[in-house]
Structures are given as structure tokens and as C-alpha cells.
Design a protein around this ligand. Structure first.
Ligand code: MN
Length: 145
């Protein structure tokens, strides 16, 4: 199976001399979506943390030092665009942030790219391709569909 080779080094026991497991922070207010994303990415071997909204976001980034942020656009309170601006204006401004856009909100995808997201993933996600999309984002690819 492609992808299984990484299991040789990422054994989950955290030996400091081994390559670290990529850390992903998810901002998503839907518990069902959060559970699905967490499950898929944890199965893939990533270290996943999550927030239901923007509260404590910068602190979480500072403490968790994630390699990638997956940011829902439609959130209660500050939306994903506002939270991206907070991130970009912070000491962690260069972190990779991917927008999670609702399929029905077609304008959000173009707007996300213009706002400075490093790409977007459309919800509902494709369960089969989602882990690969995240892997590509971790490699620095700009996701545009
Ligand atoms: Mn939402």
C-alpha cells in the first residue's frame, strides 16, 4: 500500500531522534465534521488537535506549533476570514492555513484564495481523497479543488 512505508519511522512512540509526526490543528464548529476529520487524519498517523471556534486560537498555535491549520470558513462569532487575518498578523503569520469551504458557498473558494489562504478543501469532503489533500497541503501544495 502506498503510504504504509512511513510506518517504519513514525511508530508513535516519539523517540526524539526520529522524524516528528505532522501536527494538524482543525477549527470546525460542527461536531460531526470534527469527528470525521479527526478520525481520518488520526488514522493517517497525524497528530490532531481541534477547536470549535476562534477562542484561544493563537494560544493553541503557539503551544501546539502545528504544521498545518484547517480552518472552517463559517463559524459562530469570528468567521474563518477574520481568524486568518488574526493568524497572518501574529508572530505565526507564515503558518500554512487551508480553508474548509461549504460546497454551496461557491464564492467562498475564490474569496479564500484572495484572502491569503494556502488553498481550500470543499465540504462535504471526499473521505477517500481528504487525507491525500492534507498530505499535499503539508508538502506545500496550494489546494484549489
Ligand atoms: Mn461551520
Amino acid at each position: 500500500m502506498p503510504g504504509d512505508s512511513q510506518d517504519c519511522t513514525d511508530n508513535g512512540y516519539g523517540f526524539s531522534t526520529e522524524p516528528s509526526v505532522p501536527k494538524i490543528l482543525i477549527i470546525e464548529d460542527s461536531p460531526d465534521n470534527m469527528k470525521l476529520f479527526r478520525t481520518l487524519l488520526t488514522l493517517k498517523g497525524y497528530q490532531v488537535s481541534g477547536l470549535g471556534g476562534g477562542e484561544g486560537l493563537l494560544e493553541e498555535i503557539e503551544q501546539g506549533n502545528p504544521d498545518l491549520v484547517l480552518m472552517d470558513i463559517q463559524l459562530p462569532g469570528k468567521d474563518g476570514f477574520a481568524l486568518l487575518r488574526e493568524i497572518r498578523g501574529s508572530p505565526f503569520g507564515t503558518i500554512r492555513v487551508i480553508a474548509l469551504t461549504a460546497h454551496a458557498m461557491t464564492g467562498d473558494r475564490e474569496r479564500a484564495l484572495q484572502a491569503g489562504f494556502d488553498g481550500y478543501i470543499t465540504k462535504p469532503i471526499d473521505v477517500k481523497s481528504f487525507p491525500d489533500q492534507v498530505q499535499r497541503a503539508l508538502r506545500g501544495e496550494r489546494l484549489t479543488g
